[in-house]
Design a protein. Structure first.
Length: 449
C-alpha cells in the first residue's frame, strides 16, 4: 500500500510543511536495481594507525570496484573504519576523530562500515570490552545519519586477518543494503568453511548453477526473494498453498522457476518437496523459509487454534522440513538455510505473543543448529524484517501503520526487495564465513533496537 506521507513529504510544499511542523522528512533511499552489485564509489578508509590496516580490507578497497580516496577529497560515498586495533578506551579516540572530521562529507544514501574484532575472540578482557562498545557506537551513528538515507553497520571479524570479510564489505558498501541499518554481522572462526578466493567470486551472478527453494513465494516478500535469487542466477522452486496457485504460477513463470503446491504444515510436505527437488537435481543449495502467518490477539482472548496455527506454520513446519531434507541429504554441501524471523520476535509486540514466540524460536534454531551444520559446510542464518510494505502490513489499522513506518531511523517502511537482497547476500557462495547471524532488515526500527 502506497505511503502517501512519504510521497507528499518529497514534494517541495510537503517538505516545507513537514519542517514547519517539525515532522520527519523521510530520505529517498537509493536501491540496487538491475545490477546486483551496485557499489558506492568514493571510499575513505580510516584506522587507529594507518600503517596497520588489515591487509584484506586494504586489498578489497584498492581493488577495481572502489575508488579509495584521501582525506582531502570533498565528498565520499562510503566511510570504512578498521577498528580491529582498538584495544582500550584511549584507542577509541581514533574512531571519534575519524567520524568527527569526515561524517559531514558523506553523500546522501552513503554507506558506513566499521570492522571490529568479535569480542569472543579477543585476547584480553579490556579489548573485548571496548570492541563490544562498537555495537553501541554503530547504532547511535546509524540513528544520526539515517535522515540522509545513509546506513551504518558493523562487521565483527574473527581475527585481525579478517578472513571472509569481502562478502559483507561488498554488501554493506552496495545499494543492496538500503534498509539494513545499525546491524552487526559476525564472521565465524571456522576453519571447515574455506574462503573463496576473490578472483573466483562471480559478483554479477553469484548464484549461477544453484537451486533454491523458497516457501510462501507467491506474493510479498517471498515473491521478491524468488525474483532476486533468480536475478542472481539461481533456478528457483517456489512453494505456496493451493489458494495461491495462480499467483505462484505467475511469479515463477516470470523467472523460469518451478512450483510446488502444498501446505507446509501437512505431515507429508517435506516428502512432497523432496520429490519435486528430485525431478530437478535431487538436492538444493539454498532453502529459504519465508512462509509465515500472524493471528494477532491479546493472550487472554486468543484461541488455542490461533496459537497452534502460528506455531505450526512459523516454526514446526520449518523444523520438520529441515530435518527431512538434511537427513536425506537433499541439501548440498556448501548449502544455505535462511529463515525469516521478525523484529517482533526480538522486541515482542502487544497482541503477538504467539507470533513473537514463533519468530524468537527461529533465532534459537539458527543458534542451536549452526555448529552441527558447519560440519556439512552448510550455513544457517536469519533475517528479521521490520515494517515492510506487503499485504500483511496493509491489513494493519491506518494509524498504527503510519506510526509503524516512521518508527525507524530512515522514517519509512522497507520494501520486500530489501529483505530479498539480504537473503540473496547470505545465499551467495562468498558468504560462507557467516553462520548463526540474525540481521534485522528494519531501517533500525526503534522496536527492540
Ligand atoms: P504475506 O502474507 O504477504 O505472504 C506469506 C506467504 O506465505 C503467502 O504467499 C502465503 O500463502 C504463504 N503461506 C502462509 N502459510 C503457508 C503454509 N501453511 N504453507 C505454504 N505457504 C504458506 O507475508 P509477507 O509480509 O510477505 O511476509 C513474509 C515473511 O516475512 C513471513 O514469515 C512474515 O512473518 C515475515 N515478516 C513480514 C513482515 C512485514 O512487515 N511484512 C515483518 C516481519 C516479518
Amino acid at each position: 500500500m502506497a505511503d502517501t506521507y512519504l510521497k507528499y513529504s518529497q514534494t517541495s510544499v510537503g517538505k516545507n510543511l513537514c519542517r514547519l511542523l517539525a515532522l520527519p522528512v523521510p530520505p529517498v533511499l537509493k536501491r540496487a536495481k538491475e545490477a546486483p552489485w551496485t557499489l558506492v564509489v568514493d571510499v575513505l578508509l580510516g584506522s587507529v594507525d594507518s600503517t596497520v590496516v588489515s591487509e584484506p580490507i586494504k586489498r578489497i578497497l584498492k581493488g577495481q570496484m572502489f575508488r579509495l580516496q584521501t582525506t582531502d577529497c570533498e565528498h565520499f560515498d562510503g566511510l570504512v573504519f578498521d577498528a580491529t586495533q582498538i584495544k582500550n578506551g584511549d584507542d577509541s579516540k581514533a574512531l571519534y576523530q575519524f567520524f568527527h572530521l569526515h561524517l559531514k562529507k558523506i553523500r546522501t544514501s552513503g554507506k558506513i562500515v566499521i570492522i571490529g574484532l568479535d569480542p569472543k575472540q579477543c585476547q584480553t578482557s579490556q579489548q573485548a570490552t571496548i570492541q563490544r562498545g562498537l555495537v553501541g557506537f554503530i547504532k547511535a551513528l546509524a540513528k544520526e545519519v539515517g535522515r540522509k538515507g545513509v546506513t551504518a553497520n558493523l562487521i565483527f571479524s574473527a581475527t585481525t586477518l579478517a578472513v571472509n570479510i569481502s562478502a559483507p564489505v561488498h554488501f554493506l558498501l552496495s545499494y543492496r543494503s538500503a534498509y539494513v541499518n545499525g546491524q552487526v554481522f559476525t564472521l565465524n572462526h571456522n576453519k571447515s568453511l574455506p574462503e573463496t578466493p576473490e578472483k573466483e567470486v562471480n559478483w554479477k551472478q553469484p548464484l549461477t548453477g544453484k537451486v533454491a527453494l523458497v516457501t510462501g513465494a507467491s506474493r510479498g516478500i517471498g515473491a521478491s526473494i524468488a525474483q532476486v535469487l533468480a536475478r542472481d542466477g539461481a533456478t528457483v522452486i517456489g512453494l505456496d498453498m493451493e489458494q495461491a496457485e495462480n499467483e505462484l504460477t505467475h511469479v515463477m513463470g516470470q523467472i523460469g522457476g518451478r512450483t510446488i503446491i502444498t501446505n507446509i504444515t501437512d505431515n507429508n510436505a517435506a516428502q512432497i518437496i523432496a520429490n519435486e527437488i528430485a525431478k530437478l537435481e535431487n538436492s538444493v543449495d539454498i532453502v529459504v523459509h519465508n512462509a509465515g502467518i500472524t493471528r494477532d490477539k491479546m493472550i487472554a482472548t486468543m484461541s488455542l487454534s490461533h496459537w497452534e496455527e502460528v506455531m505450526a506454520v512459523n516454526l514446526t513446519s520449518i523444523e520438520r522440513i529441515n530435518a527431512y531434507l538434511l537427513k536425506n541429504n537433499h541439501i548440498n554441501a556448501g548449502g544455505r538455510i535462511i529463515c525469516v524471523s521478525s523484529i517482533s520476535g526480538i522486541a515482542g509486540n502487544v497482541g503477538q505473543s504467539n507470533y513473537a514466540m514463533s519468530k524468537a524460536s527461529i533465532v534459537g534454531m539458527i543458534d542451536s543448529m549452526a555448529e552441527q551444520l558447519n560440519e556439512k559446510n552448510i550455513t544457517i542464518n536469519a533475517v528479521a524484517p521490520g515494517f515492510i510494505e506487503t499485504q500483511m502490513t496493509a491489513s494493519i489499522p491506518v494509524l498504527t501503520r503510519f506510526v509503524g513506518r516512521r518508527m525507524c531511523a530512515l522514517y519509512q517502511g522497507g520494501l520486500p526487495v530489501d529483505v530479498a537482497e539480504t537473503i540473496a547476500f547470505f545465499a551467495a557462495p562468498q558468504s560462507q564465513g557467516l553462520s548463526a547471524n540474525l540481521v534485522r532488515v528494519c531501517g533500525l526500527n526503534m522496536m527492540g533496537a
